[in-house]
Unconditional design. Sequence first.
Lengths: 325, 316
Amino acid sequence: MREITYLEAINEALREAMEREKKVFLMGEQIGAYGGAFKVTSGLLQKFGPERVMDTPISEAAIVGAAVGASLLGLKPVAEIMYMDFMPLSMDQLVTHAAKLHYFSGGQLEAGMILRTQYSLGRAHGAQHSGFLPAWFLQAPGLKVAVPSTPYDAKGLLNAALKERGPVLFVEGAMLYKSKGEVPEGYYEVPFGQAEVKRGGKDITVVAISRMVPEALATAESLASSKGIEVEVVDPRTIQPLDKKTIVDSVKKTGRLVVASDDMKTGGVGAEIGATVFEEAIDYLKAPLVRVCSPDIPVPFAPPLEREYMPNAQKLEQAIEKLFP
Amino acid sequence: MVDELDFYRKMLTIRLLETELQKLCLAGLAGDLHFNKGQEAISVGTCAALAPEDYIVTHHRTIAQTYSKGTELKPLVAEILGRKGGTNNGLAGEMHFNNPAARHLFSFQLVGTCVPVAAGVAWAVKNYLREPQIVGCFFGDGSTSNAQFHEGLNIASLKKLPLLLICENNGLAGNIRKATYLPTDSVTERASAYGIESCRIDGNDVLSVYKTVEEVSRKVREESHPYLIEMMTTRLCWHKQGQPDARSDEELQELAKLDPIPRLGRRLADRARERVEAEVNQEVQDVIRYGLSLKYPDESVIPQLQAYLETMAVKD
């Protein structure tokens, strides 16, 4: 199968969706002629025109608010928020309004919209352009959250997101944009709430999120050859809904759980995953839960400090080794 | 069409309904409510001048707009009382009224947040549905300090959206006065900053409201651009239940002289007016009795709602 990048996969999914359905339109800051801050929407204005690719002012609340309004009349807006750190500016519309509209109205209204954003941890973008903040969105029933880690998942999840009747937050990893992988041409879906075991293993479960998925796979390779430890890498792919069953089944098999994610440790996604396992499989655990995450401080700017701050394959490997004395 | 008697009937219906609901509030039979007393002419005049196909998006002081846009009294009262048979099965309440069938899309409890949403609806009407409807967005002068109001105006002006911005200027933001939140003389100045045409009218004169909206909505529809009407009005009630008014009784009595309902009533023939008053009174008593006779939704619905949220997502 052909290989394309994560970025190309998202661009292709958007283009195909717009060809398929008139109701899909894009909006965001400099997404038109400029093609987006990261070039994800490159070429789409030229192909579909300004009525379907709306360049907006720097106006995060209005971008998401207008997306909510358009979705109420049956449009399918795909809005881009340039950095995940900017989400609080649009949080009101996404969490307080969009997520609740379907429910509030007893099913009469739908706010089926996608909010694409990315996090740039690892690019020396500083503390207000690097945040990975997915746990904020776990307390917003009605909102779904996708965190694709591969080009295949990115395109498939975006296709599935377009069929949702409520809002979807689609979090891209900027460090993954250039990563390559097999992606089918044409339409396919990766369903929400379905984790994928990216690598099978019997000794320990690593639930890895977004950028930490390829890191975890590297760790698994290394540990298999150096120590003979077989790591099972589970990628939830969506954290809301969370495929608890795949995670719990894996832990029941391996008896050990590590969560690897770029978000901060306290109150992060790892806490929710750990709690789920404690609720449903505590008797199977042979070792304490370990979370390999970012420390609870804002992201430092200086590249060596940022490298020290971030979780990575090596840190994950060390954490796992400690569980096998 | 200007039908003074019908305007009077509608304004009085809202007034008496709210009066009865307030009694229920005090008796602990209704939750958090925000009344429209003194501002009824705006909703009644505006919605009468809009086409039935036009959309409205509103704020939280919304019984008047909901009713004026065509929601029947029975489901409206049922929803306010949180009963079965409400417009939203008791999930929304007064603050989050919505009735897409009557083209009242939603009421936004966080003031100012309705403006960008209304802009999005207008975008969809213009660029997707390509139909001649316009979108009416109601908000108070207090909400024009909110960033979302400004972001919404900016984008509506840039994209030339068919958006009619109705500012209900009662000179209050909750329990604080204009000097605390509005540094300009008028809200129209805020519209001008975004290149949006505007005018200011007496919002307590229902005939003037109707005439202005009729004229302006034609312009918005034909020329496709936003327009702001600042309607000067008087809130004759508390901000909400449980928050006694900061204004003195004397001031409220003085303001009551501007009440839009007797003002219109004085134009009507006594017999016709009295007949309407008797009919409205009866209708309101009946609908309140009806509302109180309805059951609350069963508590067992809570786990069902959770399942519903999880499963509603994907269209088959």
